[in-house]
Design a protein around this ligand. Structure first.
Ligand code: NAD
Ligand code: AKB
Length: 312
Protein backbone atom coordinates (compact mmCIF):
# COMPACT_ATOMS: atom_id res chain seq x y z
CA UNK A 1 0.00 0.00 0.00
CA UNK A 2 1.23 3.52 -0.75
CA UNK A 3 1.73 5.57 2.37
CA UNK A 4 0.17 8.64 3.98
CA UNK A 5 2.12 11.54 5.52
CA UNK A 6 0.55 13.86 8.09
CA UNK A 7 2.35 17.17 8.61
CA UNK A 8 1.54 18.90 11.91
CA UNK A 9 0.73 15.59 13.66
CA UNK A 10 1.30 16.81 17.22
CA UNK A 11 -1.53 19.36 17.14
CA UNK A 12 -5.17 19.27 18.18
CA UNK A 13 -6.35 17.64 14.93
CA UNK A 14 -3.14 15.83 14.03
CA UNK A 15 -3.05 13.47 17.01
CA UNK A 16 -6.60 12.25 16.47
CA UNK A 17 -6.23 12.05 12.69
CA UNK A 18 -3.05 9.96 12.95
CA UNK A 19 -4.79 7.55 15.35
CA UNK A 20 -7.88 7.19 13.15
CA UNK A 21 -5.97 6.77 9.88
CA UNK A 22 -3.71 4.16 11.50
CA UNK A 23 -6.80 2.21 12.59
CA UNK A 24 -7.93 2.12 8.95
CA UNK A 25 -4.67 1.77 7.02
CA UNK A 26 -2.28 0.23 9.57
CA UNK A 27 0.36 1.83 11.80
CA UNK A 28 3.27 1.49 9.34
CA UNK A 29 1.33 3.06 6.46
CA UNK A 30 0.55 6.33 8.25
CA UNK A 31 3.62 8.46 8.90
CA UNK A 32 3.35 11.23 11.45
CA UNK A 33 5.53 14.35 11.30
CA UNK A 34 5.78 17.70 13.03
CA UNK A 35 8.32 20.45 13.63
CA UNK A 36 8.53 19.15 17.20
CA UNK A 37 11.34 16.75 18.02
CA UNK A 38 9.38 15.08 20.77
CA UNK A 39 5.99 13.66 20.02
CA UNK A 40 3.10 12.53 22.23
CA UNK A 41 3.11 8.94 23.41
CA UNK A 42 -0.35 8.46 21.87
CA UNK A 43 1.13 8.52 18.34
CA UNK A 44 4.21 6.45 19.22
CA UNK A 45 2.71 3.32 17.64
CA UNK A 46 4.00 4.12 14.13
CA UNK A 47 6.68 6.05 12.23
CA UNK A 48 7.44 9.68 13.12
CA UNK A 49 9.69 12.28 11.47
CA UNK A 50 10.76 15.65 12.81
CA UNK A 51 9.94 17.85 9.78
CA UNK A 52 9.64 21.59 9.28
CA UNK A 53 7.21 22.07 6.39
CA UNK A 54 9.42 24.92 5.16
CA UNK A 55 12.25 22.45 4.53
CA UNK A 56 11.40 21.32 0.99
CA UNK A 57 14.46 19.08 0.59
CA UNK A 58 13.67 17.07 3.71
CA UNK A 59 9.98 16.92 2.76
CA UNK A 60 10.86 15.52 -0.68
CA UNK A 61 13.30 13.02 0.79
CA UNK A 62 10.69 11.68 3.24
CA UNK A 63 8.09 11.42 0.46
CA UNK A 64 10.47 9.52 -1.85
CA UNK A 65 11.98 7.23 0.80
CA UNK A 66 8.58 6.15 2.07
CA UNK A 67 6.64 6.06 -1.21
CA UNK A 68 4.15 8.57 0.15
CA UNK A 69 1.16 9.19 -2.09
CA UNK A 70 -1.14 11.24 0.16
CA UNK A 71 -0.38 14.23 2.36
CA UNK A 72 -2.56 15.80 5.05
CA UNK A 73 -1.08 19.25 5.71
CA UNK A 74 -2.11 20.50 9.16
CA UNK A 75 0.85 22.72 10.07
CA UNK A 76 -0.31 26.34 10.41
CA UNK A 77 -0.55 29.24 12.81
CA UNK A 78 -4.14 29.70 14.04
CA UNK A 79 -6.13 32.91 14.31
CA UNK A 80 -5.12 34.35 17.69
CA UNK A 81 -1.42 33.45 17.42
CA UNK A 82 -1.26 34.63 13.81
CA UNK A 83 -2.41 38.13 14.85
CA UNK A 84 0.71 38.36 16.99
CA UNK A 85 3.09 37.29 14.18
CA UNK A 86 1.33 38.27 10.93
CA UNK A 87 4.19 37.89 8.43
CA UNK A 88 5.47 34.70 9.99
CA UNK A 89 1.93 33.29 9.90
CA UNK A 90 1.37 34.29 6.28
CA UNK A 91 4.66 32.69 5.26
CA UNK A 92 4.04 29.42 7.11
CA UNK A 93 0.40 29.07 6.10
CA UNK A 94 0.97 29.89 2.41
CA UNK A 95 4.52 28.70 1.66
CA UNK A 96 3.82 25.46 3.53
CA UNK A 97 0.84 24.88 1.24
CA UNK A 98 2.87 25.66 -1.90
CA UNK A 99 5.54 23.17 -0.81
CA UNK A 100 2.93 20.40 -0.77
CA UNK A 101 0.96 21.50 -3.86
CA UNK A 102 4.21 21.56 -5.87
CA UNK A 103 4.89 17.92 -4.93
CA UNK A 104 1.45 17.03 -6.26
CA UNK A 105 1.95 19.11 -9.40
CA UNK A 106 5.22 17.19 -10.02
CA UNK A 107 3.27 13.91 -9.52
CA UNK A 108 5.36 12.79 -6.53
CA UNK A 109 2.10 12.45 -4.60
CA UNK A 110 -1.49 11.80 -5.79
CA UNK A 111 -3.73 13.48 -3.22
CA UNK A 112 -3.62 16.38 -0.76
CA UNK A 113 -5.82 17.34 2.20
CA UNK A 114 -5.49 20.92 3.39
CA UNK A 115 -7.87 22.47 5.94
CA UNK A 116 -9.43 25.87 5.57
CA UNK A 117 -11.59 27.54 8.23
CA UNK A 118 -14.72 29.57 8.92
CA UNK A 119 -12.13 32.39 9.26
CA UNK A 120 -12.32 32.91 5.47
CA UNK A 121 -15.54 34.87 6.06
CA UNK A 122 -15.69 38.43 7.34
CA UNK A 123 -18.10 41.02 8.70
CA UNK A 124 -19.65 41.58 5.28
CA UNK A 125 -20.56 37.91 4.83
CA UNK A 126 -24.09 36.91 5.88
CA UNK A 127 -23.68 35.84 9.53
CA UNK A 128 -26.40 33.19 9.70
CA UNK A 129 -26.21 30.03 7.61
CA UNK A 130 -23.34 31.66 5.69
CA UNK A 131 -23.58 30.25 2.14
CA UNK A 132 -20.82 28.29 0.40
CA UNK A 133 -20.41 31.06 -2.16
CA UNK A 134 -20.76 34.60 -0.80
CA UNK A 135 -18.88 37.80 0.04
CA UNK A 136 -15.53 36.85 1.60
CA UNK A 137 -13.56 39.69 3.15
CA UNK A 138 -11.62 38.21 6.10
CA UNK A 139 -10.04 40.74 8.46
CA UNK A 140 -7.49 38.48 10.21
CA UNK A 141 -4.12 37.42 8.80
CA UNK A 142 -5.23 33.82 9.43
CA UNK A 143 -8.45 34.30 7.44
CA UNK A 144 -6.59 36.06 4.64
CA UNK A 145 -4.08 33.18 4.43
CA UNK A 146 -6.87 30.58 4.42
CA UNK A 147 -8.82 32.39 1.69
CA UNK A 148 -5.67 32.77 -0.43
CA UNK A 149 -4.88 29.08 0.22
CA UNK A 150 -8.33 28.10 -1.03
CA UNK A 151 -7.83 30.06 -4.24
CA UNK A 152 -4.45 28.37 -4.77
CA UNK A 153 -5.92 24.90 -4.17
CA UNK A 154 -8.56 25.51 -6.82
CA UNK A 155 -5.91 26.95 -9.16
CA UNK A 156 -3.62 23.89 -8.82
CA UNK A 157 -6.60 21.63 -9.45
CA UNK A 158 -7.80 23.49 -12.54
CA UNK A 159 -4.39 24.21 -14.02
CA UNK A 160 -2.36 21.10 -13.10
CA UNK A 161 -5.01 18.50 -12.22
CA UNK A 162 -3.92 18.32 -8.57
CA UNK A 163 -6.37 16.23 -6.50
CA UNK A 164 -6.65 18.56 -3.51
CA UNK A 165 -9.55 18.38 -1.07
CA UNK A 166 -10.46 20.81 1.66
CA UNK A 167 -12.94 21.59 4.42
CA UNK A 168 -13.67 24.88 6.15
CA UNK A 169 -13.57 23.49 9.69
CA UNK A 170 -15.56 25.28 12.40
CA UNK A 171 -14.04 25.55 15.91
CA UNK A 172 -13.11 22.03 16.99
CA UNK A 173 -13.74 20.59 20.45
CA UNK A 174 -11.63 17.75 21.81
CA UNK A 175 -9.90 16.57 24.96
CA UNK A 176 -6.98 14.45 23.68
CA UNK A 177 -4.78 17.44 22.83
CA UNK A 178 -4.86 21.13 23.72
CA UNK A 179 -5.95 23.57 21.00
CA UNK A 180 -3.19 25.61 19.38
CA UNK A 181 -3.94 29.34 19.66
CA UNK A 182 -7.31 29.90 18.03
CA UNK A 183 -10.29 32.14 18.78
CA UNK A 184 -12.55 29.15 19.43
CA UNK A 185 -10.21 27.62 22.04
CA UNK A 186 -12.46 28.82 24.87
CA UNK A 187 -14.85 25.98 24.00
CA UNK A 188 -12.17 23.52 25.16
CA UNK A 189 -10.69 25.60 28.02
CA UNK A 190 -14.12 26.05 29.59
CA UNK A 191 -14.35 22.29 30.27
CA UNK A 192 -10.86 22.10 31.76
CA UNK A 193 -11.66 24.96 34.16
CA UNK A 194 -15.17 23.65 34.92
CA UNK A 195 -13.57 20.45 36.20
CA UNK A 196 -10.56 22.10 37.88
CA UNK A 197 -12.05 25.07 39.69
CA UNK A 198 -15.74 25.28 38.67
CA UNK A 199 -14.96 28.85 37.49
CA UNK A 200 -14.07 30.19 34.08
CA UNK A 201 -13.16 33.66 32.81
CA UNK A 202 -14.16 33.84 29.17
CA UNK A 203 -12.31 36.05 26.67
CA UNK A 204 -15.40 36.27 24.45
CA UNK A 205 -18.73 37.95 25.20
CA UNK A 206 -21.60 35.79 26.43
CA UNK A 207 -23.44 36.17 23.09
CA UNK A 208 -20.48 35.43 20.74
CA UNK A 209 -22.10 32.63 18.77
CA UNK A 210 -19.76 30.57 16.58
CA UNK A 211 -19.93 27.38 14.49
CA UNK A 212 -18.35 24.46 16.37
CA UNK A 213 -17.90 20.71 15.95
CA UNK A 214 -16.84 17.73 18.03
CA UNK A 215 -13.50 16.30 16.90
CA UNK A 216 -14.81 12.83 16.00
CA UNK A 217 -17.18 14.42 13.47
CA UNK A 218 -14.34 16.54 12.02
CA UNK A 219 -12.04 13.51 11.69
CA UNK A 220 -14.82 11.50 10.04
CA UNK A 221 -15.50 14.36 7.61
CA UNK A 222 -11.79 14.56 6.76
CA UNK A 223 -11.55 10.86 5.98
CA UNK A 224 -14.88 10.84 4.12
CA UNK A 225 -13.90 13.70 1.81
CA UNK A 226 -10.53 12.05 1.13
CA UNK A 227 -12.15 8.69 0.35
CA UNK A 228 -14.91 10.11 -1.86
CA UNK A 229 -14.59 9.45 -5.60
CA UNK A 230 -12.95 12.41 -7.39
CA UNK A 231 -16.13 12.99 -9.45
CA UNK A 232 -18.13 13.78 -6.28
CA UNK A 233 -15.72 16.54 -5.21
CA UNK A 234 -17.24 19.44 -7.13
CA UNK A 235 -15.63 22.20 -5.06
CA UNK A 236 -11.83 22.36 -5.15
CA UNK A 237 -11.43 25.48 -3.03
CA UNK A 238 -12.98 24.31 0.27
CA UNK A 239 -16.33 23.03 1.55
CA UNK A 240 -18.42 24.68 4.27
CA UNK A 241 -18.94 22.17 7.07
CA UNK A 242 -21.53 22.62 9.79
CA UNK A 243 -21.77 20.95 13.17
CA UNK A 244 -23.52 22.93 15.89
CA UNK A 245 -23.54 26.60 16.88
CA UNK A 246 -23.53 28.03 20.38
CA UNK A 247 -22.34 31.03 22.38
CA UNK A 248 -20.51 31.00 25.74
CA UNK A 249 -23.79 31.46 27.61
CA UNK A 250 -25.37 28.44 25.92
CA UNK A 251 -22.39 26.17 26.57
CA UNK A 252 -22.30 27.37 30.19
CA UNK A 253 -25.94 26.34 30.61
CA UNK A 254 -25.18 22.95 29.04
CA UNK A 255 -22.23 22.45 31.44
CA UNK A 256 -24.42 23.49 34.40
CA UNK A 257 -26.73 20.57 33.63
CA UNK A 258 -23.76 18.36 34.63
CA UNK A 259 -21.99 20.69 37.12
CA UNK A 260 -24.70 22.95 38.64
CA UNK A 261 -22.24 25.09 40.65
CA UNK A 262 -20.16 26.08 37.57
CA UNK A 263 -19.65 29.87 37.31
CA UNK A 264 -18.50 32.02 34.39
CA UNK A 265 -17.45 35.66 34.06
CA UNK A 266 -16.66 37.60 30.92
CA UNK A 267 -13.53 39.64 30.16
CA UNK A 268 -13.50 40.03 26.36
CA UNK A 269 -10.10 40.65 24.73
CA UNK A 270 -8.91 41.05 21.10
CA UNK A 271 -10.37 37.65 20.21
CA UNK A 272 -13.90 39.04 20.64
CA UNK A 273 -13.35 41.23 17.58
CA UNK A 274 -12.18 38.20 15.59
CA UNK A 275 -15.21 36.19 16.71
CA UNK A 276 -17.55 39.03 15.71
CA UNK A 277 -16.21 38.93 12.16
CA UNK A 278 -16.94 35.19 11.79
CA UNK A 279 -20.27 33.49 11.00
CA UNK A 280 -22.77 32.40 13.67
CA UNK A 281 -23.54 29.34 11.57
CA UNK A 282 -22.72 28.05 8.08
CA UNK A 283 -24.74 26.37 5.34
CA UNK A 284 -23.10 23.08 4.42
CA UNK A 285 -25.64 21.82 1.89
CA UNK A 286 -22.94 21.44 -0.83
CA UNK A 287 -20.96 18.99 1.37
CA UNK A 288 -24.20 17.16 2.19
CA UNK A 289 -25.12 16.83 -1.49
CA UNK A 290 -21.69 16.16 -3.01
CA UNK A 291 -20.12 13.68 -0.58
CA UNK A 292 -23.04 12.94 1.78
CA UNK A 293 -21.67 14.74 4.84
CA UNK A 294 -23.74 14.54 8.03
CA UNK A 295 -22.91 15.84 11.52
CA UNK A 296 -23.64 13.48 14.44
CA UNK A 297 -22.63 14.85 17.86
CA UNK A 298 -24.83 17.53 19.45
CA UNK A 299 -24.10 20.03 22.26
CA UNK A 300 -25.23 18.08 25.33
CA UNK A 301 -23.45 14.96 24.07
CA UNK A 302 -20.26 17.02 23.57
CA UNK A 303 -20.51 18.24 27.17
CA UNK A 304 -20.84 14.69 28.49
CA UNK A 305 -17.97 13.39 26.31
CA UNK A 306 -15.66 16.29 27.22
CA UNK A 307 -16.25 16.04 30.97
CA UNK A 308 -15.81 12.26 30.93
CA UNK A 309 -12.74 12.36 28.63
CA UNK A 310 -10.99 15.08 30.63
CA UNK A 311 -11.77 13.44 33.98
CA UNK A 312 -10.12 10.23 32.79
P1 NAD B 1 -2.43 23.07 16.16
O1 NAD B 1 -1.83 24.40 16.37
O2 NAD B 1 -3.01 22.35 17.32
O3 NAD B 1 -1.38 22.09 15.47
C1 NAD B 1 -0.54 22.51 14.44
C2 NAD B 1 0.70 21.63 14.49
O4 NAD B 1 1.58 22.08 13.44
C3 NAD B 1 1.47 21.74 15.80
O5 NAD B 1 1.73 20.46 16.36
C4 NAD B 1 2.78 22.44 15.42
O6 NAD B 1 3.91 22.00 16.15
C5 NAD B 1 2.89 22.04 13.95
N1 NAD B 1 3.73 22.98 13.19
C6 NAD B 1 3.83 24.31 13.35
N2 NAD B 1 4.73 24.82 12.48
C7 NAD B 1 5.20 23.78 11.77
C8 NAD B 1 6.15 23.66 10.74
N3 NAD B 1 6.82 24.72 10.28
N4 NAD B 1 6.39 22.44 10.19
C9 NAD B 1 5.73 21.35 10.68
N5 NAD B 1 4.84 21.40 11.68
C10 NAD B 1 4.57 22.60 12.22
O7 NAD B 1 -3.52 23.23 15.02
P2 NAD B 1 -4.81 22.32 14.73
O8 NAD B 1 -5.92 22.85 15.53
O9 NAD B 1 -4.46 20.89 14.81
O10 NAD B 1 -5.10 22.75 13.21
C11 NAD B 1 -4.58 22.04 12.12
C12 NAD B 1 -5.07 22.72 10.85
O11 NAD B 1 -6.51 22.79 10.85
C13 NAD B 1 -4.59 24.16 10.66
O12 NAD B 1 -4.38 24.39 9.31
C14 NAD B 1 -5.77 24.98 11.13
O13 NAD B 1 -5.79 26.23 10.51
C15 NAD B 1 -6.93 24.13 10.68
N6 NAD B 1 -8.14 24.40 11.45
C16 NAD B 1 -8.22 24.06 12.77
C17 NAD B 1 -9.38 24.35 13.50
C18 NAD B 1 -9.51 24.00 14.94
O14 NAD B 1 -10.50 24.38 15.58
N7 NAD B 1 -8.58 23.25 15.52
C19 NAD B 1 -10.45 24.98 12.84
C20 NAD B 1 -10.31 25.36 11.52
C21 NAD B 1 -9.16 25.04 10.82
C1 AKB C 1 -9.34 29.36 15.29
O1 AKB C 1 -10.10 29.76 16.17
O2 AKB C 1 -8.39 30.01 14.83
C2 AKB C 1 -9.61 28.01 14.68
C3 AKB C 1 -10.47 28.15 13.47
C4 AKB C 1 -11.93 28.22 13.62
O3 AKB C 1 -9.96 28.20 12.38
N1 AKB C 1 -10.20 27.17 15.67
Amino acid sequence: MSKILIIGSCGQIGIELVLELRKIYGNQNVIASDIKEEYPISIAGGPYYQLDIMNVQKLKAIVKENDIKEIYLLAALLSATAEKKPLFAWNLNIQGLFNVLELAKDKLINKVFWPSSIAVFGSNSPANRTPQHTVMEPSTVYGISKLAGERWCEYYHNKYGVDVRSIRYPGLISYKSAPGGGTTDYAVDIFIQALKSKNYTCYLRKDAKLPMMYMSDAIRATIEIMEAPPSSIKIRSSYNLSGISFDPNEITNAIRREIPEFKIKYEPDFRQQIAESWPNSVDDSCAKTDWKWENKVGLQEIVKKMLKGLSQ
